[in-house]
Design a protein around this ligand. Structure first.
Ligand SMILES: [Fe+2]
Length: 285
């Protein structure tokens, strides 16, 4: 009489059903273990501590699907986390404070010739502004021929960016200019105004659910580069802006909030924004 081994039969069935390709040895990525595992652990702790329900779990899954379908993943990551990445990356630096690049940088802006005037429409709205200052090293020595890549919104409310929002000529209010032999620069432009990040999609809905508005304070974006120095990407904000303390991108640093000097006789009727950029040498320089 043959004996019948239930466990043996079950084992062979399971083996047949679960036959999988040979993936080879699993090699953990140490950085993923260091960064991602604590993140997963923290989410699990939060689920337990806040008694998250299945309905909320499914709502979160639907939200992430919506973010993917809408193409807002970069926007969501910028809004929630880019400022933290910038703060982490710039912790040890002798350069001026950095800030997030944001999603509206476009390479290849016109290379301007002195005297520098930002490309703009003949009837460009907005207050005239002279953006001037210097580019030096950490010891205050001028960095001649440093290249400043400058871009900002227009002065419609809310502000919009050329090449992005469609109703301005390409590269309007975008330009590149060189500091002179003494490290000085001066750019005639207009004063940008606050703008909103896109708020009709899932990112905006999340901010709203968190009690946050989509506005960013007005700012001028600048990338400063020079041979032998780390490129500095930053933003200059204006004293008195109503959104400095509630920036939807959490990107404002106090050192980057600068008063605009009102128009005076010595400024030819133009308000002035002064900022001196300090660059950090590259390790090999
Ligand atoms: Fe911006």
């Amino acid at each position: 009489m043959r004996t019948f081994c239930t466990l043996c039969v079950r084992g062979s069935i399971v083996a047949a059903k679960t036959a999988v390709p040979d993936f080879g040895a699993i090699t953990a990525n140490p950085r993923a273990v260091e960064v991602v595992q604590p993140l997963i652990d923290e989410v699990r702790r939060s689920i337990m501590a806040r008694s998250v329900t299945y309905e909320e779990f499914h709502e979160a899954a639907a939200f992430l699907l919506d973010v993917g379908a809408s193409g807002e993943m970069p926007l969501l990551l910028d809004a929630l986390f880019e400022a933290a990445v910038d703060a982490s990356a710039s912790r040890v630096s002798s350069a001026s404070p950095s800030a997030i690049e944001g999603p509206y940088y476009v390479p290849g802006a016109p290379l301007l010739e002195a005297p520098y005037v930002m490309p703009q429409r003949p009837d460009e709205p907005g207050e005239r502004l002279l953006f001037t200052g210097s580019v030096t090293d950490a010891d205050g020595a001028p960095v001649p021929a440093a290249l400043l890549d400058v871009w900002h919104s227009d002065a419609t409310v809310p502000g919009t960016y050329s090449n992005i929002h469609g109703d301005q000529p390409d590269f309007n209010l975008r330009g590149r200019l060189h500091a002179d032999d003494d490290g000085h620069f001066a750019l005639q432009t207009i004063q940008p105004v606050p703008y909103t990040i896109p708020y009709e999609g899932p990112t905006g809905r999340l901010l709203s659910a968190l009690g946050r508005h989509p506005w960013r304070p007005a700012h001028i974006h600048v990338k400063v580069s020079a041979q032998g120095y780390r490129t500095l990407t930053t933003q200059i904000y204006f004293t008195g802006d109503q959104y400095l303390d509630s920036d939807s991108a959490n990107a404002v640093k106090d050192e980057l909030v600068i008063p605009i000097e009102p128009a005076g006789a010595d400024h030819l009727g133009t308000a002035v924004l002064r900022y001196d950029f300090r660059l950090q040498p590259t390790p090999s320089a």
